[in-house]
Design a protein. Structure first.
Length: 140
């Protein structure tokens, strides 16, 4: 990981930070389903940024697959991070689609506790990704 593409990483990581800030705003305004979705997106952007820093382009993969795939690139992933990604991926589809649940709309199934857990998990993923880049060179 010595030849990282830092500008490409920074582009994706800044988007991840922006998505996480937006999730926090949604949480504060009780848009809990959107906070959960954006937290998942923040983690996904950060992980894809790490792949891009490593010269790999990945498309359309859930966070869990992205993070476990890092092991093939000799990136050490703490067990807890994979679990956070698995939790976040649960918020990718049902947070947005009215037919994700048999009755009622997605916003009726999410609460502050779920949003906070998603935001905290995403922050841990972002910190992990940023820490990996710092270990091997400059970071944002």
């Amino acid at each position: 990981m010595s030849n990282l593409d830092i500008p490409e990483f920074e582009r994706w990581y800044k988007q991840a930070e922006n998505a996480l800030e937006s999730a926090q705003g949604d949480n504060e305004h009780a848009y809990y389903n959107w906070a959960c979705f954006k937290a998942q997106q923040a983690a996904e952007y950060a992980l894809k940024g790490l792949y891009r820093a490593l010269g790999k382009v990945v498309v359309g993969q859930p966070c869990y697959k992205l993070v476990t795939g890092l092991r093939t690139l000799e990136v050490s992933v703490p067990r807890g991070i994979a679990g956070k990604c698995r939790f976040l991926d649960r918020h990718y589809i049902p947070t947005r689609y009215p037919d994700a649940f048999a009755e009622a709309s997605p916003f009726e199934f999410y609460d502050k506790a779920a949003a906070q857990q998603a935001i905290t998990g995403a922050r841990e993923v972002l910190d992990f990704v940023n820490g990996e880049v710092k270990r091997f060179g400059k970071s944002p």
